[in-house]
Design a protein around this ligand. Structure first.
Ligand code: PRP
Ligand code: ADE
Length: 166
């Protein structure tokens, strides 16, 4: 424990998904594993929603494999037309997320895709946006989960599937 006056350094370890993107076999393997999981667990899925920005790298690939549509949730001010928005905080900042009002229809069964789960603030906000549209969140899929930040607890009953855990 530091004494009063000691400087405290907070270590932020950035987990990088770029090596996966650089390797076509690795990217295909990630998509294969997501697809297998969804076909086994959520055959009823209607729509994949991906999170700005790195969720866009994995979500559309999965949606194409499954033959369902893809909708983006973006950071504030990026989407044209009427939007719904929600404020949230993440591991190192505060932000606001938006979705187009007509992106999801009431009653649709949705899976949310992102690269990484840290504190869960971003995925929680995404779930709120989907619920505001009276659609159902079946679960969340991420490539990396930072278990020590307990993000899945924040998501309560919404299941999270992750490929790599730290
Ligand atoms: C990162 C990451 C997740 C989010 C996870 O995105 O891609 O979306 O943080 O953090 P949380 O679980 O604590 O909410 P970021 O907002 O940094 O945006 P980027 O994808 O545009 O880099
Ligand atoms: N987003 C939030 N926390 C992160 C981390 N530790 N590494 C990469 N992206 C992140």
């Amino acid at each position: 424990f530091p004494y009063k006056g000691d400087s405290i350094q907070i270590l932020f370890v950035c987990r990088d998904i770029c090596p996966i993107l650089k390797d076509p076999k690795a990217l295909a393997a990630v998509t294969d594993l997501f697809e297998e999981h969804v076909r086994r667990t959520y055959p009823q899925v209607d729509l994949i929603v991906g999170l700005d920005a790195r969720g866009f790298l994995f979500g559309p690939l999965l949606a194409q494999r499954l033959g369902v549509g893809f909708a983006p949730i973006r950071k504030k001010g990026k989407l044209p037309g009427p939007t719904l928005s929600v404020a949230y905080s993440l591991e190192y900042a505060k932000a606001e997320a938006e979705i187009q009002e007509d992106a999801v229809s009431a009653g649709q069964k949705v899976l949310i895709v992102d690269d990484l789960l840290a504190t869960g603030g971003t995925l929680y906000a995404a779930c709120e946006l989907i619920k505001q549209q009276k659609a159902e969140v079946l679960g969340c899929l991420v490539v990396i989960e930072l278990k020590y930040l307990n993000g899945s607890e924040k998501l309560q009953s919404t299941p999270v599937f992750s490929l790599i855990q730290y």
